[in-house]
Design a binder for this molecule. Sequence first.
Ligand SMILES: NC(=O)c1ccc[n+]([C@@H]2O[C@H](COP(=O)([O-])OP(=O)(O)OC[C@H]3O[C@@H](n4cnc5c(N)ncnc54)[C@H](O)[C@@H]3O)[C@@H](O)[C@H]2O)c1
Length: 361
Amino acid sequence: MRIGVPKEIKTLEFRVGATPGVVQQLRREGHEVFVEAGAGAGVGVADEVYAKAGAAILPTADAVFEAAELIVKVKEPQPIEIARLKPHHILFTYLHLAADRTQAQGLMASGCTAIAYETVTDRWGRLPLLAPMSQVAGRMAVDVGAYHLLRPHGGRGILLGGAPGVPPARVVILGGGVAGKHAAEMAIGLRADVTLFDISAARLEALDDQFGGRLKTAFSTHDAVAEILPMADLVIGCVLIPGAAAPKLATRADVAKMQSGAVLVDVAIDQGGCFETSRPTTHAAPTYVVDGVVHYCVTNMPGAAPLTSTYALSAATAPYISALASRGVDRALADDPGFAQGLNVLAGKIKHPAVARSLGL
Ligand SMILES: NC(=O)c1ccc[n+]([C@@H]2O[C@H](COP(=O)([O-])OP(=O)(O)OC[C@H]3O[C@@H](n4cnc5c(N)ncnc54)[C@H](O)[C@@H]3O)[C@@H](O)[C@H]2O)c1
């Protein structure tokens, strides 16, 4: 199959859809790979390295879309990329369509087949292509939260770990899946006082076993979350209902009751966000303030750590790219029901039920 890897064009996005190692593997399997010039620059990989791995380097994104049938990316296609998609294209990337009607309509109009990393499941029902980026985003959420809690960065001026004789900051994590667990690990490592909410008893039990007394766990209800928010210094939103828009766990009135200079990091913003006051931001202007509360709502957090993220993502996507390229989209999806869960758009229709429900399509 002819596979294309365009350069990512979302604001301050430095990741790339396939590493030279993946290109080499695809070439060994007999496929052609077209990489846009400069696609690896953000991770320090020169065009020559891709060429040595067997890729044909093409000068423009137009040329890559023209040459390839399977387009492998990282972030959702931007409008100019959607305009390049044709019915014969298979797009394999993060889409997060449930919160993005414009993109959904663009993909439907293009007639392409779009498979979303974030809704592919494995045999245990987990999300193997979301997990690597959720691990990175969960860890990063504590870094950016700690940074923005400092007074010169707009926060209340509290150190996550406190100091001898001074209590640590209170961190609240909403959602104890992959991102939430990794956020908890980091916050505990920095000696914060951490409480994690989830709706799944099994998840809370597993986290309780893993962290013992170092993590407080609680069932997530609107009242329980509303009660703890006024005491929190840093709140990290990591909830997910696969394919669906994120549930709103805090209203504007709840946020208004928080301490001035407290920080909200809404990792779930790519699915619409879990605070009523959340709206998407970029790495260029990552925060804004509502009722004195600093909001960090960057939709592509791992894009800021492209070296770590590109290699983590590529390791997870490589077998799926191989399956698509070697068996073709119909066979690859028919052979693996979890992979078929990734199918979001086909021939002008939304195929994932939760996405369709969220969009009312
Ligand atoms: N902003 C970014 O750059 C970025 C990067 C990676 C992942 N994400 C997003 O992070 C979110 C979390 O991803 P994940 O891989 O950790 O998902 P996950 O499925 O592993 O975990 C989600 C958890 O949320 C829990 N949950 C669902 N509804 C809840 C509620 N009402 N209250 C409390 N908990 C609830 C689930 O039980 C589950 O344990 C997703 O929206 C994902 O798209 C964002």
